[in-house]
Write a protein that binds this ligand. Structure first.
Ligand code: SF4
Length: 412
């Protein structure tokens, strides 16, 4: 039985600034939705947000809203509402929780921010299927429900090497969106503005990458899922860049002062797959109690996009959207994961097999065993889900995690 260590987690001071930044983001969306002079675009997480921002749309990300539904544990009750109108419990629980919330007329934004009554009503829905097909189906439902256009990019997938042909394909699809968006926004795209926005996205991303590099000590995966909020919803803005400067300065100071995220770390763990949003705190505390530092992850690192380049904005956006981990082949993913294991000196990998998201689940086709053979780093697969807590056994997760950390400690 693994000894319980009662280790304290170290709060991050920049969190209060992040809460203010996120509050202002949601309040601005709310203002935009009730201002006839402004337009709201809904965008998938790695959709063409740079283009939308450069055209002055207020940009809202339903996936971020779904993560909030998960983190507030509202989702498990809302998923059956979408199931009742024919959306299977086996498909993306972001989609089903979000549609369920709309049908019930509820949102965690109302609880968090007084005066916000609903998510902002869209003028256009813009998707990119680089991550999965579910986002297109998700937006198709809102398109029918609200009679607003749903337009987007159908991305190639399962890519080992991103080639010029892939980039040409996506760049042409981005270009094709411009006249449609100009009609909806009533504004002409300024290339200078797009260049600036794309450069801000790169800057945000570089800073976020540097934040994650400091995970050698002060930032766990569980902290990272919260602090990546501005990178997800404010990519392409000065606000996000400034937030990450503050966070990075704090974390670097902590490294210098020798302050770690988990005292007495006895195992360094990599998290592969999505978080269980409704169990963030429990998982964070459970691993800290076991002396395990869950310090690096594919999920948080997916928001690093070095390809963004204002000198060639549209092609560089296409390249950035295609280089995303989720778009890549298993061969690429395994090479990437091997490099991450080395870089963060990882003792063990936890794969989250998320029942309703096969796209962010990489444990079903032999990858854990292949990587274990190649690297000697042991792995554990935990069954669960991002939002549907009915797919999770807390007892089983704890028992398996305890045994896994014990195995790592004994092997050291
Ligand atoms: S990648 Fe997974 S969680 Fe994200 S929208 Fe697609 S199915 Fe849902």
């Amino acid at each position: 039985m693994t000894e319980k260590r009662n280790l304290s987690r170290k709060p991050i001071e920049a969190a209060s600034l992040m809460h203010r930044v996120m509050a202002e983001y949601f309040r601005d969306l709310d203002r935009a939705a009730s201002d006839d002079a402004r337009k709201v675009a809904w965008c998938t997480s790695v959709g063409p947000a740079e283009l939308l921002r450069a055209m002055d749309f207020a940009v809202y990300f339903p996936e971020n809203h779904s993560a909030l539904l998960g983190a507030t544990r509202m989702s498990t009750d809302l998923i059956p509402v979408a199931n009742a109108i024919g959306y299977s419990p086996d498909i993306c629980s972001y989609l089903t929780a979000d549609i369920g919330a709309w049908l019930k007329g509820v949102t965690p934004l109302s609880r968090a921010y007084e005066g916000i009554e609903s998510v902002p009503r869209p003028d256009v829905l813009v998707f990119n299927t680089n991550q999965c097909r579910d986002v297109q189906d998700w937006f198709a439902w809102y398109s029918r429900e609200l009679s607003v256009p749903s337009i987007g990019i159908n991305s190639p997938k399962n890519i080992t090497e991103v080639t010029d042909a892939h980039i040409d394909d996506v760049a042409r699809q981005i270009e094709a969106l411009i006249p449609l968006l100009e009609t909806i926004s009533g504004k002409t795209l300024s290339m200078a503005r797009l260049r600036e926005t794309v450069d801000l996205s790169r800057e945000c991303t570089e800073l976020w990458g540097q934040v994650l590099e400091t995970a050698t000590a002060p930032l766990t995966f569980f902290d990272g899922t919260i602090h990546m909020g501005p990178a997800v919803v404010l990519r392409g803005t000065q606000t996000a860049v400034e937030y990450y400067r503050v966070l990075l300065a704090e974390l670097r100071q902590r490294v210098q002062d020798g302050v770690g995220a988990v005292d007495g770390e006895c195992a360094r763990i990599y998290w592969e797959g999505m978080p269980v949003w409704g169990r963030l705190r429990q998982h964070s505390e459970m691993f800290a109690d076991l002396g395990a530092n869950v310090l690096a992850s594919t999920y948080c690192s997916s928001w690093i996009f070095p390809a963004f380049d204002g000198r060639d904005p549209i092609r560089s956006m296409a390249k950035a959207y295609l280089e995303l981990f989720i778009v890549r082949s298993d061969a690429y993913k395994e090479t990437y994961l091997q490099a991450m294991l080395e870089r963060f000196r990882i003792d063990g990998i936890i794969y989250h097999d998320a029942k309703t998201c096969p796209y962010n689940t990489n444990s079903r086709y032999g990858m854990p065993k292949r990587l274990e053979r190649a690297t000697g780093v042991p792995s554990l697969v935990i069954s669960g889900d991002l939002n549907d807590l009915r797919c999770l056994s807390d007892e089983q997760t704890r028992t398996n995690a305890e045994a896994f950390i014990e195995q790592i400690r004994e092997g050291k």
